[in-house]
Design a protein around this ligand. Structure first.
Ligand SMILES: [Zn+2]
Ligand SMILES: [Zn+2]
Length: 342
């Protein structure tokens, strides 16, 4: 399932892009309708200033991403590809990026062209002079408060941009081009393909302190897989709880480790040993930076490349060892995986 968010300046043609995406089967969710409901519940007049005022005060009360949260919950329940119109603050983008397969579109056009459009449209929120129109826009473009509308910043965060400064055909051609390049229509690269498999393998993990998965690949073929779990036949953390051991680090700091499990990377290596599969020259894909023990095993298996989805909070030593051993180490995201009692 893909969630598209659309942002852009007033009168740029967000609604037209939404219609084009609806024709491609995307379900439309409207932030404006959601806000309109809230404005009406308060018994207020639905003009542009009231919308902005209510939106900002609800953001302060319920969080900067309250519209995105509400609309995403509806969309996920439905399960179909959808387009959310419109995204107006940074927190909404961050929430959607974190919680679903998300792409942000931005549509813009010359301000005079847009003003002419809204005059022709003449809806109740659009009856303003050109001067007011320009001022309103400047106000919405930036705000120091992260809970408020900050269209300028949101537009910069877009994955795809559309220029609607000419005719409908000009816009349609751009929409077609973007549609072809959406993650749902694009063939994954080899790395993306194996990392998707890692995510699926990780779902079988039995210790929630970093549910990790691992796939070892050679010549674009998967040789073995592994996930974090107890040795075969022994009870799992998910059933009997973790088996914690405390460790005193060099600086005297105490960290807690669960030692019940065989790590995803180790399990993949064990699977290779069990089946007599050589790992020399292979690439290893995994959830986060392998720990020190796994890193040493990876080096001695003759693995040449390690690709991690995220960083491990204690992965610095492994990074150094890989560098010394001449192993290429790549991260999809520099973000550190988080779990309790790290
Ligand atoms: Zn555990
Ligand atoms: Zn490990």
């Amino acid at each position: 399932m893909l969630v598209i968010g659309i942002t852009g300046t007033l009168g740029a043609g967000k609604g037209t892009v939404v219609e084009m995406m609806q024709q491609k089967g995307f379900v439309h969710y409207s932030a404006r309708n959601y806000l309109r409901q809230r404005v009406e519940q308060l018994g207020l007049k639905p003009d542009r200033d009231t919308f902005t005022f209510v939106a900002n005060s609800l953001r302060e009360k319920e969080g900067g991403d309250f519209i995105a949260k509400g609309l995403l919950a509806e969309a996920l329940k439905d399960g179909r590809n959808c387009i959310i119109e419109s995204i107006r603050n940074v927190k909404e983008v961050e929430y959607l990026r974190k919680n679903c397969n998300f792409v942000l579109l931005c549509v813009d056009a010359d301000i005079k062209v847009r003003y002419e459009r809204i005059v022709i449209r003449g809806s109740e929120t659009d009856k303003v002079s050109f001067k007011t129109f320009v001022e309103n826009e400047q106000r919405e473009m930036e705000s120091a408060d992260e809970n408020k509308q900050n269209l300028g910043l949101v537009m910069q965060m877009a994955d795809f941009r559309l220029d609607n400064g000419k005719d409908l055909e000009f816009l349609r051609r751009q929409v077609e081009e973007i549609y072809k390049n959406l993650p749902i229509n694009k063939r994954p690269t080899w790395d993306e393909y194996f990392l998707e498999v890692v995510k699926t393998v990780a779902k079988r993990a039995t210790c929630d302190r970093g549910r990790s998965g691992c796939v070892i690949v050679k010549d674009k073929q998967i040789l073995v897989t592994g996930y974090v779990g107890s040795p075969t036949g022994l009870p799992h953390c998910d059933e009997v709880g973790h088996l914690f051991k405390k460790m005193i680090n060099e600086e005297g700091e105490i960290s807690t480790h669960c030692v019940r499990t065989v790590h995803a990377e180790q399990n993949a290596i064990c699977q290779a040993a069990k089946r007599g599969i050589a790992l020399e020259g292979a690439s290893l894909y995994c959830t986060m930076t392998p720990c020190r023990t796994c890193a040493m095993m990876i080096i001695n298996c003759g693995i040449k490349r390690v690709v991690c989805l995220n960083k491990y909070h204690n992965g610095k030593e492994s990074e150094e060892m890989f560098a010394q051993a001449g192993i290429q180490l790549d991260f999809v995201s520099e973000e550190v995986m988080k779990y309790e009692k790290q």
